[in-house]
Write a protein that binds this ligand. Structure first.
Ligand code: SAM
Length: 320
């Protein structure tokens, strides 16, 4: 009989608490929700390490208790890292084995640990990964977006102006973007993404591997409209990269007036000019559409009969 997915069993017999663990620092991945998403090697390492360094001793204590593991825990987080690091490095230099975990997922991935690893390497200590879950990869896998090349962005800035500047810097990226988000900021963040990146295909993955796991896929405009209030839980947004185009490498928004004017002068609609110029220059379609609308209105005042629609057409995955 298969076990219910969210109720982990007691310690599996495969855990080997007594086996020797060579001295060194071991970043160990832990589950991002479902407690059964932990590798046998992670359990072995946590059981065998002389010291387990973790963000919150209560969170890691609960995980270890679930698997019957007793360990010496020491907290290491954004608030105390500078204070704690010297003692951990001393333990490593003294030949101890140290496991490093975060509250959930892979340590060092939008979580503490980078400086400790860098200092351990500089001190000549062995550093060995015990890999496992990370929300970024889990979200990418279920997004339905290209996985051959991706950029892990982590968290965007909480303030809108800075976030929009960051997004403008990402607008030319042709690979898939993976962005960590929180419920309260999701709606504003999706709105900013739609405005600045254009109406690209995207996916919002919420509470992955947990009871209320949910993945919504659509274009950024649609997703922004779908989430106008703050959802609960943990969230990853995955966004398609800028469509490959002959203008790749050029600055977004560069030289769009001339082709827009040419298209409008030829009698094309704002919509089809926006499609064509976005495709040929790599500028987000929304940006091109707005500019085309403005130029066509200028033209209207001079006698043009162009009557553009207020909203740009959704661009689905098939258009990419
Ligand atoms: N180190 C973790 C990892 O490997 O994914 C990430 C830690 S970061 C502080 C926490 C963020 O990861 C959350 O705000 C959310 O964006 C993402 N995250 C973590 N668990 C998640 C889950 N179960 N479902 C969706 N996103 C999750």
């Amino acid at each position: 009989m298969t076990e219910p997915p969210h109720e982990p069993a007691a310690a599996p017999p495969a855990v080997r608490p007594e086996a020797p663990l060579p001295p060194g620092l071991y970043p160990v991945a832990t589950p991002i929700g479902n407690l059964r998403d932990i590798t046998l090697r992670a359990l072995d390492t946590l059981a065998q390490a002389d010291l387990v360094v973790c963000e919150d001793t209560r969170v890691t204590g609960r995980l270890l208790a679930r698997y019957g593991i007793k360990a010496r825990l020491r907290s290491y987080n954004d608030r105390n890292a500078a204070r704690q690091r010297p003692a951990i490095l001393e333990a490593l230099k003294a030949g101890k084995s140290v496991a490093l975990v975060s509250d959930a997922g892979s340590p060092l991935i939008s979580d503490p640990g980078y400086r400790l690893v860098a200092d351990a390497i500089a001190a000549g200590c062995r550093v060995e990964s015990v890999p496992g879950p990370t929300a970024a990869i889990a979200a990418l896998q279920v997004s339905g977006l290209p996985t051959d090349r991706f950029r892990f962005v982590g968290f965007l800035a909480p303030r809108d102006a800075r976030r929009r500047r960051q997004l403008a810097e990402l607008a030319g990226e042709t690979c898939t973007l993976i962005i960590y988000e929180s419920g309260p900021r999701l709606a504003a963040s999706l709105r900013a993404m739609a405005d600045i990146l254009g109406d690209r295909p995207a996916a919002v993955a919420r509470e992955l591997t947990k009871r209320y796991e949910e993945v919504r896929r659509g274009t950024l405009d649609r997703l922004a409209a779908a989430w106008d209030s703050a959802p609960k839980g943990e969230i990853v947004v995955v966004v398609a990269g800028r469509a490959d185009d002959p203008g790749a490498g050029r600055e977004a928004g560069e030289d769009i007036d001339a082709p827009i004017r040419a298209g409008l002068a030829a009698g094309d609609s704002v919509r089809s000019v926006a499609d064509a110029v976005a495709g040929s220059t790599g500028t987000p379609r929304r940006t091109v559409y707005r500019r085309a609308l403005a130029l066509s209105r200028e033209g209207s005042r001079e006698g043009s009969r162009e009557q553009p629609r207020e909203q740009p057409r959704e661009r689905g995955p098939a258009d990419r």
